[in-house]
Design a protein around this ligand. Structure first.
Ligand SMILES: [Zn+2]
Length: 283
């Protein structure tokens, strides 16, 4: 992903026939996904010109000629390697976009806006601390509790995390099936935390452990019905599936087969063993 967006804002990165299928698909839904992401001055837009932080839409639509001069004065971030774990048909694109922005630091929380010279008295929605990406998504006490709760549900040892890279290492890389619940769930948690933070900040909605978890459950349930009701996405996590009320397709078990001992042909040796096999185990 960063390959295609290293030099460009996500909205402007071009697509060519030689680019990957994933990137082409993303390109198709980009505008629709960006429409879902609205920013508010002081805590929303990370790109002054391109992100829609006003009700009117992106500023670049109104003042296209000004952008060049503004951009020249900006420092470009070095390209970061984006993890492919953020993108899958089982993850709603708007959530992948959010995670991708977080990965690149493209979400304007107070700390980032203050670094850009916007004067703010930063106050977190949950405490008195400065609002940083790390605090919003990982280290605030409620976020930490939410991560610990779901880590316990899927059997991941919870250590205090403070970056998306750590989440991917602990969750997504623990399974080999793309689109597995362990890859989808962390992205849904990020979305619920961001949504919870926005609502707390703008409409003073309650921001609590139960509120975030109930949102995660609803989002996962809807998503599971739509996309991921195949058992392979839930391998080892049927308990979580049951908690969420997700009906997972169950493959019929193959019927047991009977084997008969046949006398070997003359001058042939046959090795008889008495053992039971089950997958990789023998008894
Ligand atoms: Zn806080």
């Amino acid at each position: 992903m960063s390959k295609y967006c290293r030099k460009y804002h996500p909205k402007l990165a071009p697509v060519h026939p030689s680019h990957s299928r994933v990137w082409k698909n993303l390109h198709k839904v980009r505008d629709a996904a960006e429409e879902q992401i609205h920013w508010q001055i002081g805590d929303g837009s990370c790109d002054f010109w391109l992100d829609s932080w006003m009700e009117l839409g992106p500023l670049v639509h109104y003042y296209p000629e000004n952008r060049g001069a503004f951009e020249e004065g900006r420092q470009h971030r070095p390209g970061l390697v984006i993890s492919y774990e953020l993108w899958h048909n089982n993850i709603p694109k708007k959530m992948s976009f959010l995670a991708w922005r977080l990965w690149n630091g493209w979400l304007a929380v107070d700390e980032i806006l203050m670094k850009r010279g916007i004067p703010l008295a930063s106050k977190c929605h949950c405490c008195e601390q400065m609002e940083t990406l790390e605090h919003v998504f990982f280290t605030n006490p409620i976020a930490d509790q939410v991560w610990a709760h779901y880590a316990a549900l899927v059997g991941i040892r919870h250590v205090r995390i403070n970056s998306l890279q750590q989440v991917i290492a602990a969750w997504s890389l623990s399974v080999s099936t793309k689109g597995h619940i362990k890859q989808v769930l962390p992205i849904v948690i990020l979305w619920a935390l961001w949504e919870g933070r926005n609502k707390a900040k703008h409409i003073a909605a309650t921001y609590s452990f139960h509120q975030i978890c109930s949102r995660v459950h609803n989002l996962l349930f809807d998503n599971s019905k739509a996309n991921m009701n195949h058992t392979k996405f839930w391998t080892g996590e049927s308990y979580l599936g049951a908690i969420l009320g997700v009906t997972v397709e169950v493959k019929p078990q193959p019927a047991p087969r009977l084997f008969r001992w046949d006398r070997p042909e003359k001058s042939t040796l046959k090795l008889n063993i008495d053992a039971t096999f089950k997958e990789n185990r023998a008894g």
